[in-house]
Write a protein that binds this ligand. Structure first.
Ligand code: SDX
Length: 379
C-alpha cells in the first residue's frame, strides 16, 4: 500500500455512498435529503425531519400522524432501566449513562436479526422515542428526584423539555428546542456517524450501533465541544477579556473550542441559525454574558482564524442557547445525541440496506519478523 493513499483521519476519503445529507463546505450549505437545514429548522418539526431522514421523503399527513403516535407510545422505559440508573454514580457524566443505557435498552427489545425490515423499523421507533427518556431519567435520578413519566400530550421537543425541567416549555421555548433538534439531527460522514456505520457493518443490532455512536460523539473534538465552549467562555469571563485570551491562545497554539471544521471552511450554517435562535430565546429569558463574550471572541478571532478557514461551528452557540433555557452544561451533548439519533439510524438503515463489512488497510511501521528471546537470556 503506497503512502500516498494513506490520509490521516481519512480526510477527504469517501467511506460510503449515501443519499441522506450533503454539505457544501465552501458555501455553507447543508441539505437533508435535498432540503436546506435552515428551511427545515424554520418550517418543519423534529418528527417530520426524522421521518425525512429515515424514509427519504417528507411524510404525508397520515404518515406523520402515525409516526408521531408510534413514537409517543414508545417513550416509556421498563422499570428495571430506572433501577439501573439508580445504580450508576450520580457524579457520572450523562453521556456515559446514555451510552450504557442505550446498549442496556437493547436487552429488553433487541431484535438481533437485522435483515428484517419490519424489525429494524421497530428498533428505529423504539430508540428514537427512548433516548430523551434515557437522558432525562438519569438526570432526575442523579438529582435524587423521581423520574418524570413521558407526557403523551407533548411532542418530542416539548416532552424532552418537560422531562428535563419538570415544567412544560412555553411555545417559544419548545420551538427553539425543536429547531435545535433539527439542526443537530444529521451531518453526513462525521465521526459518530462513521462509528455507527462501522459497527452496523458487522450486523450488530441497532442498540449497539447507537451506543457506539454516543461514545464517539462524547469526545471534545466532536459533540463534546458544546460543553467545552461554555467552559472556555466562563474562563474568558467577559467580552473585555476576549482579545487578550485569544492572543494568548494563539501564542500557545491552543484550540478555540467551537471553531473549525473538517468540511466547513466558512461559518457553519447551523451556527448562524443558532445565533438567530439565541436572540429569540433572550427575548424570553435574559441575555447571558457568555453570549457577548462569544460575539467578541468571534470578532477578534476572525482576522486570524478566518484567513485559515477556521470559523464558528455548530457547537459555538448551541451551549449558550441551552444555558439560557436553564439546561445544565453536561446535558448539552446528550441533547446533541438525542437529535443525531435520527441521522445515525438513517445511516444504519442505509448501511444494512447494502452492506459490506468495514475493514480498511494500514501502513505497517513495526518490526519485520524476529527471533523470540527467552526471559533468562534477556538483558
Ligand atoms: C462537530 O464532522 C462533523 O460534521 C462534526 C459536526 C457534526 O455535526 O457531526 O459538525 C459536529 O463535531 C463540530 C466540531 C466541534 N469541535 C470543536 O469545536 C473542537 C475545536 N475544533 C478543532 O479541534 C478542529 O477544528 C476540528 C477537530 C473540528 C477539525 O479538525 P481537523 O479538520 O482535523 O483540522 P486540524 O485539527 O488538522 O487543524 C488544521 C489546522 C491546524 O493548524 P496547523 O497545525 O496546520 O498549523 O487548523 C488549526 C489546527 O491547529 N485549527 C485550529 C482549530 N481548528 C483547527 N486552531 C485553533 N482553534 C481551532 N478550533
Amino acid at each position: 500500500m503506497s503512502l500516498a493513499e494513506y490520509r490521516p483521519g481519512l480526510a477527504d476519503v469517501p467511506a460510503a455512498e449515501s443519499a441522506i445529507s450533503d454539505i457544501d463546505g465552501k458555501n455553507a450549505r447543508l441539505l437533508y435529503r435535498g432540503f436546506p437545514v435552515e428551511v427545515l429548522a424554520r418550517e418543519s418539526t423534529f418528527e417530520e425531519t426524522a421521518w425525512l431522514l429515515l424514509k427519504g421523503e417528507l411524510p404525508r399527513q397520515k404518515e406523520l400522524a402515525d409516526f408521531d403516535a408510534q413514537l409517543r407510545q414508545r417513550r416509556a422505559l421498563h422499570f428495571r432501566m430506572t433501577d439501573m440508573f439508580k445504580a450508576l454514580p450520580a457524579t457520572g457524566h450523562p453521556m456515559d449513562a446514555l451510552q450504557a443505557s442505550v446498549a442496556a435498552l437493547g436487552m429488553f427489545h433487541s431484535t438481533r436479526e437485522v435483515s428484517d425490515p419490519a424489525g429494524n423499523w421497530e428498533s428505529c421507533l423504539r430508540i428514537l422515542a427512548s433516548v430523551p427518556t434515557l437522558v432525562a431519567t438519569f438526570h432526575r435520578v442523579r438529582l435524587g428526584l423521581e423520574p418524570l413519566a413521558p407526557r403523551d400530550d407533548l411532542d418530542h421537543a416539548g416532552n424532552l423539555g418537560y422531562m428535563l425541567t419538570g415544567k412544560e416549555p412555553s411555545p417559544a421555548v419548545r420551538k427553539v428546542l425543536d429547531a435545535c433538534l433539527i439542526l443537530h439531527a444529521e451531518h453526513q460522514m462525521n465521526a459518530s456517524t462513521f462509528a455507527a456505520r462501522v459497527v452496523g457493518s458487522t450486523l450488530a443490532d441497532p442498540y449497539r450501533v447507537i451506543s457506539a455512536a454516543v461514545g464517539a460523539l462524547a469526545g471534545p473534538l466532536h459533540g463534546g465541544a458544546n460543553e467545552e465552549v461554555l467552559d472556555m467562555l466562563e474562563v474568558i469571563g467577559s467580552a473585555a477579556n476576549a482579545r487578550a485570551w485569544f492572543e494568548n491562545a494563539v501564542a500557545t497554539k491552543g484550540k478555540i473550542m467551537g471553531f473549525g471544521h473538517r468540511v466547513y471552511k466558512v461559518k457553519d450554517p447551523r451556527a448562524t441559525v443558532l445565533q438567530d435562535l439565541a436572540e429569540h430565546v433572550f427575548a424570553e429569558t435574559s441575555r447571558p454574558r457568555s453570549y457577548d463574550t462569544a460575539l467578541e471572541l468571534e470578532k477578534v478571532a476572525l482576522p486570524v482564524l478566518g484567513a485559515k478557514g477556521i470559523h464558528p461551528n455548530v457547537d459555538f452557540f448551541s451551549g449558550i442557547v441551552y444555558q439560557s433555557l436553564g439546561i445544565p452544561k453536561d446535558i448539552f451533548t446528550p441533547l446533541f445525541a438525542i437529535a443525531r439519533t435520527a441521522g445515525w439510524l438513517a445511516h444504519w438503515l442505509e448501511q444494512v440496506g447494502g452492506n459490506r463489512l468495514f475493514r480498511p488497510e494500514q501502513i505497517y511501521k513495526g518490526y519485520a519478523e524476529r527471533k523470540y528471546v527467552s526471559l533468562d537470556e534477556r538483558a
